[in-house]
Structures are given as C-alpha cells and as structure tokens.
Design a protein around this ligand. Structure first.
Ligand SMILES: Cc1ncc(COP(=O)(O)O)c(C=O)c1O
Length: 405
C-alpha cells in the first residue's frame, strides 16, 4: 500500500461529500434552471451549496460563484477584475510565488497592454508588505497574493497586505486560498479582500468544483458568455453534484479545522525533523508561518523527479513541489524567487499531509524517505566517480571510431 503524502496535489473524496453528491448524480438530475419539479429540486440543492460555502467563509450566498475549480476561479478573478478596471488603469501586482493559474493569467494579460509587477519574496517565501507598497501606484487596478503557497506552505501576511492595498482607492485585492481554505480560518467579514478562490479537491471534495468569492459591489467583467447562471457571472449549466459535494466537504473541514490542524501540524513537525536530520537536506518555507500539512525540502545535488520516482517505488507518494510542473524539467519559480540556486531547486521534494494521514504512516514514510535519499546520494556519488572513466572511454572510442553501442 502506498503511503499518500501528496494532499496538496489532491485529496481523496470523503464519504460525506460523496453522499451529498449522489442524489444529484441519480434521481435529482434536473437542470437547476428548469422550472419543473426536477429542476426546482436541483435548484434547491444548488442554493443549499451556496449557503454552505458562504457560511463556511463568512460570506453571503450571493457572493459565491461556482466554477470548475481553482484555476477557473483565479482566471475569472484576474481577467474579470483586469478588464473591468481597464478604463482606470493597467497595472496588476502579484507576488513572485503565485500558482501558474495566476502567474500565467497575468502574463497573458500583458499581451493586451496590462502591466505586470511581481513583488519579491524573502528566503522563506514571504512577501514584505513594504515591497508591495512600492509596487502600488495610482494606475494599479488589481493585486493578487496567495494566502498560502502550494510548494512550500508559506502563509502570507494577508491582513498587512490588505491594509497597504486599501491605501489606494479602487484597487481590487484577490487572494488564491486554494491551499489555505481547509487549514486557515477564513472570515470574509474580517479579511479585507474583494475576491477569493477555493477548490474542492484540496479539502476532500470532488475534483472539477471550485468557487470564487466576489464581494458585494465588486466590478467584475464576466469571462464566459451564455446563460444567466450564477447571477450572470458564470454561464453554463451548473454542476449541482459538484457544488453539493464541495459545500459538504467545506462545512466539515471548517468544523474539524482546529483538531485537524493541531494533529497534522504535529505529524508534519515529526516528519520534518526525521528527514531534516540529514545535514545535506534543507527545509524550505517559513519555519512557523506555514500550512500545517506541508513538509518541503531541497536536497542539493539530487534530482527531485528521480527522488519522487524512487519514493513511489519504495511506497511513498510525494511530489517535487507543484503537481503542475512535476513531469516537466521546469525549475520551481517559487524556489528561484526564494533565492535557491538551480542546483538546489532541482532537488525539491514536498510531502503534504491531510486529515486522513495517521502517525504510523508518517513514521514509516520518514524511514523510507531517509533511506531513499541515502540510496540516491550513493548512486550519485558512484556515478560522479565513474564519470572520468566513462568520459575517457568515450574519448578513446571517438579517436578509434569504435562505438560503445
Ligand atoms: C495555490 C493553488 N492555486 C490554484 C490551483 C489550481 O486549482 P485546480 O486544480 O482546482 O484548478 C492549485 C492546485 O494545485 C493550487 O495549489
């Protein structure tokens, strides 16, 4: 059995969420826009999901727009705010460590004349609110800073950031709370943001379901034309089952938050110290201001992808950092922004615990991780030792015209 330590990539669907979804996948299959009984029952399910998500976040049901996940919520927030604000200005400010669904979206907007400023982060991946301040000007229309990072778990000082942004009239503030939602208390009555994204599959809800909180009165240009769904803010027949599953999963995650956070925080600390005893393994991210479940490292000189494959063979599911760049040779923009050299960043490893992770799994995984790193290092050392011989052989083969086959 694989020990699953990749909850930041996705989580299993919890039973209660599945049960909330089943009626809308079977008997209650109606289209929520239809006027007849089946349609009205689907509408009731959708309304209930709006209420659940809103109440979990301290918002009102009308402020919640269901989307197909975190990526779409981020796209809608950023493109919607940018185009709505175009007559006032063209500057968009983000942090250097945003998820690609934010970073690539603003890069796309640059093609249409928007100016993008990326605020640097420190060695721990934190934005300095003073740096953010320097990036703001009267032409700024939107600021987007994630609540917590998916690769290293660092939590951003959102209240301070909001305070700086509010000094400029009319600038919209968006936060990507996709990783934060299950673990950090979010009260939109208190948190001064205009737009906030979440994704159900990060808190044991279904994949392909997400939401964007749009504060009442926020000017957002619709990005998807068609029907009147979601109060004209997101056209397309609603996925009632997905919304119901998300509502139930979020409701439970919030109710269990304190217990989950404390428990997996302890397990994460244990995992970090077990793996971190190796002097050549460096922990990444903020020592205290971090999500409870993310244990992230760099192993300089080793390859994170090779380590992840070796760990999978050993029975531990981990990641190099972001699931989106795993499998590509891309070096993490997050670690680069944090000041890690390419050789260090190439050795990125992320273990992310979830509500269902248990102590025995962490103990077993720690042992397997330490052994796997030691094996990989031994293999790398042997290879480095053999390199001069291999190179000499290759040179001799070239001279004599004999191929090594
Ligand atoms: C911080 C962050 N934002 C956005 C996303 C995208 O969410 P989704 O996979 O639901 O599109 C992810 C997913 O990994 C994420 O970690």
């Amino acid at each position: 059995m694989t020990i699953y330590l990749d909850h930041a990539a996705t989580t299993p669907l919890r039973r209660e969420a599945l049960e909330a979804m089943l009626p809308y996948l079977t008997e209650q299959f109606g289209n929520a826009s239809s006027l007849h009984g089946p349609g009205r029952r689907a509408r009731a399910g959708l309304d209930e999901a709006h209420e659940k998500v809103a109440s979990a976040l301290g918002a009102t049901p009308r402020e919640i727009v269901f989307t197909s996940g975190g990526t779409e919520a981020n796209n809608l927030a950023i493109k919607g705010a940018a185009w709505a604000g175009k007559t006032r200005g063209h500057r968009i400010v983000i942090s250097q460590v945003e998820h690609h669904s934010v970073g690539h979206t603003v890069r796309y907007l640059e093609k249409f004349g928007f100016e993008v400023v990326e605020v640097p982060v420190d060695r721990f991946g934190r934005v300095d609110p003073d740096e953010l301040d320097r990036a703001l000007n009267t032409k700024t229309i939107l600021v987007s800073v994630m609540m917590a990072n998916n690769e290293v778990g660092t939590v951003q000082p959102m209240a301070d950031i909001a305070e700086r942004v509010r000094r400029y009239k009319g600038v919209l503030l968006h936060t990507d709370a996709v990783q934060a939602a299950p673990y950090l208390p979010i009260d939109l009555d208190e948190l001064d943001v205009d737009l906030l994204s979440i994704a159900a599959h990060k808190f044991e809800g279904p994949k392909g379901a997400g939401a964007l909180f749009v504060r009442h009165g926020t000017n957002l240009l619709v990005q998807q034309q068609g029907g009147a769904q979601e109060r004209y803010r997101r056209a397309g027949t609603e996925d009632v089952a997905g919304a119901a599953g998300m509502g139930r999963a979020l409701e439970l995650a919030v109710a269990e938050r304190d217990e989950t956070t404390a428990r997996i925080g302890e397990l994460r600390t244990a995992l970090m110290s077990a793996v971190g005893v190796d002097a050549a393994v460096q922990m990444t991210g903020h020592p205290t201001e971090r999500l409870p479940g993310i244990a992230s490292f760099v192993v300089p000189g080793l390859d994170g992808t090779a380590l992840t494959i070796a760990l999978d063979l050993a029975g531990v599911a981990a990641s190099t950092g972001s699931a989106c760049v795993s499998g590509s040779n891309e070096i993490s923009h997050v670690l680069t922004a944090m000041g890690y050299a390419d050789d260090e960043a190439r050795g990125a490893l992320r273990f992310s615990l979830g509500r269902t992770t248990i102590a025995e799994e962490v103990t077993q995984a720690a042992d397997l991780i330490v052994k796997t790193i030691a094996h990989q290092r031994e293999a790398a050392t042997k290879l480095a030792g053999a390199m001069p011989v291999l190179k000499a052989d290759a040179a001799a083969a070239e001279r004599t015209g004999v191929s090594a086959g």
